[in-house]
Design a protein around this ligand. Structure first.
Ligand SMILES: *[C@@H]1O[C@H](CO)[C@@H](O)[C@H](O)[C@H]1NC(C)=O
Ligand SMILES: *[C@@H]1O[C@H](CO)[C@@H](O)[C@H](O)[C@H]1NC(C)=O
Ligand SMILES: *[C@@H]1O[C@H](CO)[C@@H](O)[C@H](O)[C@H]1NC(C)=O
Ligand SMILES: *[C@@H]1O[C@H](CO)[C@@H](O)[C@H](O)[C@H]1NC(C)=O
Length: 344
């Protein structure tokens, strides 16, 4: 009979036990919440890697990264660059990273955001991005951004970041023959440039022509040099004089205009039969890469200002005529190559 009473008692027991269990679970939950808000100790922050560092150099998220291609971690300092500026600025940064890696003990790297853009046009670049060392630990405290060249040459275990818009012609001239092969346009851009030149010549009498690229930068620069230098933009007269200079010097000059304002170029010079204005009357402007490849394919150049035109001239080789304005600091190059200053 007594067995009959066991049953309800056991249920009661269980209810009490359950309530205890509920208290315990509740207490644990509350403890968890409290510890979440006021942790007794904090986990050490995860070790930062070159993947994080590379990201810190780029404006946008680096989307894809292959992690199977692991290389040895750098045992010396590295030299790299921050994303910034446009094509001409990036090329100057590349030169500096390349040259300091050669002269010092620093290993050169480019952040993926910069490397990918440049690799779209140049397919011989030797400086890698950070992919191979993205797993390696890095001390963010040891990064230096400054202009002390001396410091760049002798640093061992730190990270040197070339400042934005840094331009060093002395370095370029020292290594010119070694660096220029890095800036070899890919096949598509080279062929496209030749197609533009031969397309222009096709309608002209068969002669041996001298191609002169004329870089005309107007849209953003006119306001910029007025504001910063109090100078006026390169005038129509400057281009006329520069063209005359070449016509007196070389036979059968053809002038290939490359500009962010093809309409202006066409209005001013389009009626001459030895002038061709790229991107005029086309649906969209050529890309900067296409434009620079055309400049590089020409024999000589006329430039007004800016690092884009400057690089077009360097890659073209031959002679360069540039505009005598305060904004132009081409002195370093003028000494070695055939660079002629002409008044505006
Ligand atoms: C460059 O950075 C190093 C290390 O921080 C420092 O010792 C040096 O004075 C800096 N130079 C310039 C020109 O800022
Ligand atoms: C750099 O390393 C060399 C040896 O490789 C050493 O003699 C020199 O003192 C180091 N310099 C610095 C600044 O750590
Ligand atoms: C001038 O440029 C054209 C087009 O790129 C090229 O075919 C030609 O060989 C160049 N002439 C000289 C003398 O370099
Ligand atoms: C300057 O250009 C001419 C032909 O355009 C070339 O013969 C000469 O070697 C060049 N000189 C220098 C210093 O580059």
């Amino acid at each position: 009979m007594t067995k009959h009473y066991h049953y309800p008692i056991r249920i009661e027991d269980m209810l009490i036990k359950n309530r205890k269990v509920q208290y315990v679970i509740g207490a644990v939950l509350i403890a968890c919440i409290i510890f979440k808000i006021f942790p007794l100790y904090r986990a050490a922050p995860p070790q930062r890697t070159y993947a994080d560092f590379e990201q810190s150099l780029c404006k946008n998220d680096i989307q894809t990264r292959n992690l199977w291609n692991r290389k040895q971690c750098p045992d010396q300092g590295i030299i790299t660059v921050m994303e910034g500026g446009r094509l001409g600025n990036q090329m100057w940064a590349y030169v500096t990273v390349w040259a300091y890696a050669r002269t010092g003990k620093l290993k050169p790297y480019l952040p993926k955001c910069v490397k990918d853009q440049m690799a779209l046009m140049f397919d011989q670049l030797t400086i890698p991005d950070f992919e191979g060392i993205s797993h390696c630990p890095v001390k963010f405290e040891e990064q230096y951004v400054n202009k002390s060249n001396l410091y760049w040459s002798f640093t061992n275990k730190s990270i040197i970041i070339i400042p934005k818009f840094y331009r060093n012609p002395t370095l370029l001239l020292r290594w010119l023959d070694d660096i220029l092969p890095e800036f070899r346009f890919n096949k598509k851009l080279t062929e496209n440039a030749q197609k533009i030149l031969t397309g222009f010549v096709r309608n002209l009498p068969a002669k041996s022509y001298t191609f002169i690229a004329v870089h005309v930068r107007r849209t953003d620069y006119i306001g910029y040099i007025a504001r910063i230098y109090g100078d006026s933009a390169a005038s129509r007269q400057f281009y006329v004089k520069a063209m005359k200079y070449y016509e007196n010097k070389f036979p059968n000059c053809l002038f290939i205009f490359i500009s962010d304002d093809p309409t202006w170029c066409y209005q001013e010079f389009g009626n001459r039969e030895n002038v061709y204005v790229t991107s005029y009357g086309t649906e969209k402007l050529n890309s900067p890469a296409e434009d620079m490849a055309v400049m590089a394919a020409c024999n000589h150049t006329i430039i007004d200002y800016g690092t884009f035109g400057e690089w077009g001239s360097i890659l073209a080789g031959g002679e360069t005529v540039y505009c005598n304005l305060k904004v132009n600091d081409y002195k370093g190059l003028a000494k070695w190559k055939n660079w002629t200053k002409m008044d505006n």
